[in-house]
Design a protein around this ligand. Sequence first.
Ligand code: ADP
Ligand code: MG
Length: 335
Amino acid sequence: MQPLGEFDLIARFFKRPTPHAVVGVGDDCAVLQPRPGTQWAISTDMLVAGRHFFPDTDPGQLGHKALAVNLSDLAACGAQPVAFTLALALPEAREAWLAPFAQGLLALADLHGCELVGGDTTQGPLNICITVFGEVPVINGRTLALLRSGAQAGDDLYVSGTLGDARLALEVLQGQLSVPPAVLKAARTRLQAPTPRVALGLALRGVATAAIDVSDGLLGDLGHVLQQSGVGAVVHTDVVLQRLASWRALVPWLSEPDTPLSKARLLGWTLAGGDDYELLFTAAPAQRAQVAQAALRAQTPVTRIGQIEAERGLRLLDEHGQPLPNTFASFDHFA
Ligand code: ADP
Ligand code: MG
């Protein structure tokens, strides 16, 4: 087979009709027109082989995940996905890798009506960098984007879906423990092909006061909201464990409540596991019915796990309402 050249590769796998872009792939710049009354929410995320994923990861899932982690940022801002660019460094241009990669990537893009409008392609160690463009309404000069800075004392604190699944899969894949095959399969999908909570983010516009996506771990990401909002919070760890660590019941030794190791690990994976891609958000107690409506509309369960308080700092409570020391470090590339 003829080796693929740079431009053949782009034309073959990444150049598609882009009906919503003024100019898509093929010129020096993509040109996008924001609709009247909207602003761009823009986010970039990079996936590096050996750092964010195993180099032999299924390329289809990798394509999905590279876009999913970016769409998760748009979801956290309550932005409607519109377009994205793809910067790709590849060790070699192999069709057997590129075809499934493009398929996984573009299937998720199509699901969200998000068009690939440009990018860059170069030879080098496998590295995938995506920039997404999403639309948020602006009303009377005020953005409807959900921000980290909007949490108010007295607000309820919520998390979508479940936490710790991806971490469980990672521990198993690294040979730290074994779990029943069906449990691994579900957890592995969460790790390798997460579902961005785009519909929930959109439904929470005008309802949530602040939001962030949980990528580095619940407590660490909550810390960003607290810091940027200038508030504190109390978190009920028993609720988090019972409602968000749904996988725990399926792993026999983890569900034994009294072994200190199982409890510490369980808490660690749930509160600081990383790669969850759920939404953490705050809303006034008066909005509880609207939050429930939003969850229903987005078909995404949400759980109330605590409260925002005026006193700064993060307070964890155990099942007896007693303070629990926060020893749960979130992921930090340079720590
Ligand atoms: P330039 O050298 O002017 O930056 P390139 O030759 O790198 O342009 O790219 C040619 C066209 O292909 C541009 O429109 C660019 O946005 C697009 N492109 C390059 N790589 C990708 C990719 N991986 N996915 C989508 N579009 C790409
Ligand atoms: Mg270029």
